[in-house]
Design a binder for this molecule. Structure first.
Ligand code: URP
Ligand code: ZN
Ligand code: ZN
Length: 459
């Protein structure tokens, strides 16, 4: 089966021109002007942007967390991602303390295999680093899992200490991988949570007040120092604030490169949402939303090249699940639904409002995730030999976000009523049209596991 996408505005992280894309089977064969080819299927992309499929490297599907499971399955979550123009996601496997990485890998593979609609890969979260875990790092790299997630927070659950962190960094460096981190100071946060509760302060606002900016700035700097000492490539997930960004800016002064991801919510939402009494639970996530000055710092950080990726940290829960913390903010499952809206929100708030260029949009939503996590150039760009993961996007169409039209398995939207400019019209995943005109045309099982290459720490 061959497909020709004609007359679109082809945009990659580097290029921008009117042209055609010729696809044979799952792969792009040629990109250029007026390609002299015939094809089984022709798609007219006049007036549309033609861009690489989005890659969201931070999602949590069916994740056991805080006494429940995140509410999107691999089927519902990757389908919703496709509707929003994201063709590949990287999910987090969580090692259970006392158990092996292999056992966790098998458990997560069991949930994903045959169920994903879009492509997916895994990071491995190491929650218990010991001599036996050390032996398994190479095995995971051989399986194509080349990034290892750590938590400096969630004390008593997922958190590791600095001794484990440097030990893990030594081994991951030796095996050609990368250590990624949720960088906030778990001890200080634990102290503040207990303090607020002992003072009878249980509203969602106190979730925010228990994780002040300093907890993130301090942990980000500590992580950068440990990565610099060990020489291990490092990546900070879901950075939210100016203080943490400045810690990484400081690390560049000794010529260190630490990769930084922010998430769409930290660019467009702020902490005033926590003043809505229990409704604020919709945005209880860790780290919490911050201030307007932090949003400005993050937008600038993207343009300065300090922030390489805009992800989602999609970790959805239903309103009933959020109500588990009705009387105690520390029991509200942390996370919010966003997998479907990342691309359109970033286009509307970023490109359309003149904050970032179109090439930057592609870079932070697709090309950099592919490069940093060992999937480039077969994902993350539109070149001969790449997977034909392609979105056709109308930059002018206006639409409104609502729980009534989204495809995520949550019964509220964190962006209800937001009016966006720019809409995903058609999505191809490995050469097949998977989304057209708001309809998903493939079944669960179409999504494939993406085995990733070793990472270099340089892009
Ligand atoms: O609130 C969040 N971020 N939930 C998901 C787990 C994590 O820390 O990424
Ligand atoms: Zn986190
Ligand atoms: Zn997360």
């Amino acid at each position: 089966m061959t497909t020709l996408i004609k007359n679109g505005r082809i945009v990659t992280s580097a290029d921008d021109f009117i042209g055609d894309i010729f696809i044979d089977g799952e792969t792009i064969k040629a990109v250029g002007n007026d390609l002299p080819v015939t094809a089984d299927k022709v798609i007219d992309a006049s007036g549309l942007l033609v861009m690489p499929g989005g890659i969201d490297p931070h999602v949590h599907l069916e994740m056991p967390f805080m006494g429940t499971f995140s509410s999107d399955t691999y089927e519902t979550g990757t389908r919703a991602a496709l509707h929003g123009g994201t063709t590949c996601v990287i999910d987090f496997i969580l090692q259970k303390q006392g158990n092996s990485l292999r056992a966790a890998f098998d458990e997560w593979s069991g949930r994903a295999t045959g169920n994903a609609v879009g492509d997916y890969s895994f990071h491995m979260a190491v929650t218990d680093f010991n001599d036996s875990t050390r032996q398994e790092i190479k095995q995971m790299v051989d399986e194509g899992i080349t990034s290892f997630k750590t938590f400096m927070a969630y004390k008593g659950a997922l958190m590791i200490d600095d001794r484990q962190m440097v030990g893990l960094m030594d081994e991951v460096k030796a095996q050609g991988g990368m250590v990624t981190v949720h960088a906030t100071n778990g001890d200080v946060i634990d102290y503040l949570i207990q303090k607020h509760k002992s003072e009878g302060k249980f509203a969602p606002l106190y979730h925010y007040l228990s994780q002040p900016e300093v907890t993130e700035a301090e942990a980000s700097e500590r992580f950068a120092d440990m990565a610099n000492f060990s020489g291990c490539p490092g990546y900070i997930v879901h950075m939210t604030c100016e203080g943490a960004l400045n810690a990484i800016r400081q690390a560049t002064r000794r010529n260190q490169k630490v990769f930084v991801e922010t998430c769409i919510q930290y660019l467009v939402l702020d902490a005033s949402l926590y003043e809505k009494n229990f409704d604020g639970a919709k945005w209880v996530m860790s780290p919490p939303l911050r201030e307007k000055k932090d949003q400005e710092a993050l937008w600038s950080g993207i343009n300065q090249g300090l922030v390489q990726i805009v992800a989602t940290d999609h970790c959805p829960f239903t309103w009933e699940q959020k109500n588990m913390g009705k009387d105690d903010f520390s029991k509200i499952p942390n996370g919010h639904p966003a997998i479907e809206h990342r691309m359109e929100l970033l286009f509307s708030e970023g490109v359309n409002k003149g904050r970032i260029s179109l090439n930057k949009f592609v870079e932070v939503t697709s090309t950099n995730p592919a490069k940093i996590f060992g999937m480039f150039p077969y994902k993350g760009t539109l070149g001969a030999g790449a997977d034909a993961d392609i979105i056709l996007f109308d930059p002018n169409e206006k639409h409104t976000v609502s729980v009534n039209s989204h495809h995520m398995n949550t019964n509220y939207s964190a962006y209800e009523g937001w009016e966006l400019t720019g809409k995903v019209k058609t999505v191809l995943l490995r050469g097949t049209v998977v989304i057209d005109d708001n309809k998903c045309l493939v079944e669960k099982g179409y999504g494939k596991f993406v085995k990733r290459k070793k990472v270099s720490g340089v892009v």
